[in-house]
Design a protein around this ligand. Structure first.
Ligand SMILES: [Cu+2]
Length: 132
């Protein structure tokens, strides 16, 4: 058999198996969520010398475009990270940092300070609830 025919058959097999997976086997939680078009503005603070986020819980809906305005009240750096959405940003002292992302899947995810910042570093955590 001609090698190009073999390649073509292999390409057809790959595409067909992708289509079968998408339609019959893909779990509903895997794959992108449709963007809702909603923009959610959230004001957040890292409280001065408390190693606490305010608020410690954020509730949003899947598909929302989230704009987090985080003000760091301390005179040293913090970080803000949510692993599920690939977010990790440094928060410079006494200023606001804007973090934008689309909540592309539902669930509850923890966020935390990602810059070693002192005695309360490991307690500086919170939860992001993304509702369906
Ligand atoms: Cu820290």
């Amino acid at each position: 058999m001609n090698k190009f025919v073999k390649l073509l058959l292999f390409a057809i097999f790959l595409i067909a198996s992708g289509v079968v997976y998408q339609n019959y086997y893909r779990p509903p939680g895997v794959g992108p969520v449709k963007a809702s078009g909603n923009v959610v503005e959230i004001e957040m603070r890292a409280k001065e010398n408390k190693w606490k986020w305010e608020p410690e819980e954020i509730r949003i809906k899947a598909g929302d475009l989230v704009r987090l305005h985080i003000f760091n009240e301390d005179n040293y750096d913090h970080g803000f990270a949510v692993e599920a959405f690939g977010i990790n940003k440094r928060l410079f002292p006494r200023r606001e940092t804007l973090i934008e992302f689309i909540a592309s899947r539902a669930g509850s995810f923890s966020f935390y300070c990602s810059v070693p910042c002192g005695q309360g570093h490991y307690e500086q955590i919170g939860t992001l609830f993304v509702e369906e």
